[in-house]
Design a binder for this molecule. Structure first.
Ligand code: NOJ
Length: 505
């Protein structure tokens, strides 16, 4: 019999960027004990799992995505025993813990790389990708993908900044060492993993040049047929899946790098990943036809075999409310939140999305993110969406007793968790109600989705499971409408922009 409620399929997964969530020791940086102290908030919101962006030791060139030890906690974020406490306390509240595994590259400060670059005959030389001459591959963060190393007179490949050398997954020892990292965290109670740029692990064996295509920046002027999506990925996913399936209800979601929904779907299945991100929503304008198109495309490629997922925000994109809302008005955030939480697929929430947090704006000298520094003013980087969580109206938004590593959005004085928890009409309480509805109605979790023909400006669909049928009506237009589907209302947002009707017998 299939599990009637499977956390990663039926539940809501909440992404935490640890350095910005809650600072327990007042050093301006969030940490693991800070997260543990806020678990009751997350349990109250109703999420089923948290995904923690990296908290491992890091020189912070790419803010934790450059790891110098995969099996430790950076002392600024806590200790392994703090991690154990967090897992125990999360599990006590029925919240699963998903870790971010960054296995495509390490920091250049990782001991593996220190050995690899020490000499050409070092036993770990082949743990990274070294060449006497570079091919035409580019770094997605700008510039060439190859860095010359004076000491040994060769180039190493880095898909991201030069301080993030890519490992050589073709080396069997590397493969074992990486899978040991997976086993290490499973042994410490992790419930699953988010795999950073997993489809870039393998590169073409002959390191052939990518063919050209039209684009603005160097990276976009190539067809990425040799530096990502290599066939060797599939047997590795099968091996990883076997490790995960050795214990019940473990999970892996891949971050599919520059991929179409079809590519993402191709990486999912019983001997592959449980899920792979489709970021289509993050690219769509605030328009019902655009979202309908994204949902239909995803459903089409996912079929019945692949379980979809939906993401509006994460640590790499401007926040949902920044993209769609006007000023401090949350009505558009309510519409898309209601959509996210009523679709057929796992919803991912990004910390503070339930409060409608907006991006902070930064002057050039305040920018920390490497691509932001490189491409300013054409691209200002990802710091904007990584600002401290807004807990209350006290100094630093209750995030920290010290000056935070990134500034707090000035709207924290009125836009914060405490204020929204006390206001029944807030986005927080709307999100909470919608999560509770998703839990209460199987049709919202796993029912069939059929679009209805509704007047312009509306997105309307039914979710059906057996005799249970819910109709969701989302008003993108900002104007009143008379569209009224069958059934009795089970949810109406305070402004009426999101409505759900039940016509269950
Ligand atoms: C994808 C992550 O989401 C992003 O934040 C990071 O910079 C790159 N991978 C490199 O790890």
């Amino acid at each position: 019999m299939t599990n009637p409620y499977l956390w990663w399929r039926d539940g809501v997964i909440y992404q935490i960027y640890p350095r910005s969530f809650a600072d327990s020791n007042n050093d301006g940086l969030g940490d693991l004990p800070g997260i543990t102290a806020r678990l009751d908030y997350l349990a109250h919101l109703g999420v089923d799992a948290i995904w923690l962006s990296p908290f491992y030791p890091t020189p912070d060139v790419d803010f934790g995505y450059d790891i110098s030890n995969h099996c430790e906690v950076d002392p600024r974020f806590g200790t392994l025993s703090d991690f154990d406490d967090l897992v125990r306390e999360a599990h006590r509240r029925d919240i699963r813990v998903v870790l971010d595994l960054v296995l495509n590259h390490t920091s250049d400060q990782h001991p593996w790389f220190a050995e690899s670059r020490a000499s050409r005959d070092n036993p770990k030389r082949d743990w990274y990708i070294w060449q006497p001459r570079p091919n035409n591959w580019q770094s997605v963060f700008g510039g060439k993908g190859w860095e010359y190393d004076e000491q040994t007179g060769e180039y190493y490949f880095h898909m991201f900044v030069k301080e993030q050398p890519d490992v050589n997954w073709r080396n069997p020892q590397v493969r074992q060492a990486q899978l040991d990292v997976v086993r290490f965290w499973l042994g410490r109670g992790a419930d699953g993993f988010r795999l950073d740029v997993f489809n870039a692990y393998f590169k073409d064996e002959q390191l052939r040049d990518n063919p050209p295509k039209f684009g603005l920046r160097g990276f976009d002027r190539q067809k990425h047929i040799y530096d990502i999506d290599q066939p060797e990925m599939m047997p590795l996913l099968a091996e990883l899946r076997e490790i995960l399936d050795a214990s019940p209800e473990k999970y892996a979601v891949g971050e599919t790098f520059i991929a179409s929904p079809a590519t993402a779907a191709g990486y999912c299945g019983p001997d592959k990943l449980h899920a792979a991100f489709n970021f289509d929503f993050t690219l769509r304008p605030y328009n019902p036809a655009a979202f309908r198109d994204a949902i239909q495309k995803w459903d089409q490629v996912a079929g019945q075999q692949v379980w979809p997922n939906y993401v509006l925000s994460n640590h790499d994109q401007p926040r949902t409310a920044t993209r769609y809302c006007r000023g401090e008005d949350d009505s558009r955030a309510i519409v898309v939140m209601a959509m996210l939480l009523t679709l057929r697929g796992t919803p991912f929430l990004y910390y503070g999305e339930e409060l409608g947090l907006r991006d902070i704006s930064l002057a050039r000298h305040e920018i920390l993110d490497p691509p932001g520094k490189r491409y300013w003013p054409f691209y200002k980087g990802r710091d904007g969406c990584r600002a401290p969580m807004q807990w209350d109206a006290s100094p630093n938004a209750g995030f920290s007793g010290a000056t935070p590593w990134l500034k707090v959005h000035p709207n924290y004085v009125h836009r914060n968790a405490a204020a929204q928890q006390a206001d029944p009409d807030s986005l927080f309480n709307i999100t909470r109600q919608l999560i509770a509805l998703r839990r209460a109605y199987p049709s919202l979790r796993c029912g069939r989705l059929d679009f209805l023909e509704a007047p312009g400006g509306l997105l309307a669909y039914t979710r059906t499971d057996g005799r249970e049928k819910l109709t969701v009506v989302l008003n993108f237009s900002g104007r009143k409408h008379n569209y009224r589907p069958e059934g009795k209302p089970v949810f109406v947002s305070p402004g009426g922009e999101a409505q759900i009707y039940s016509s269950t017998g």
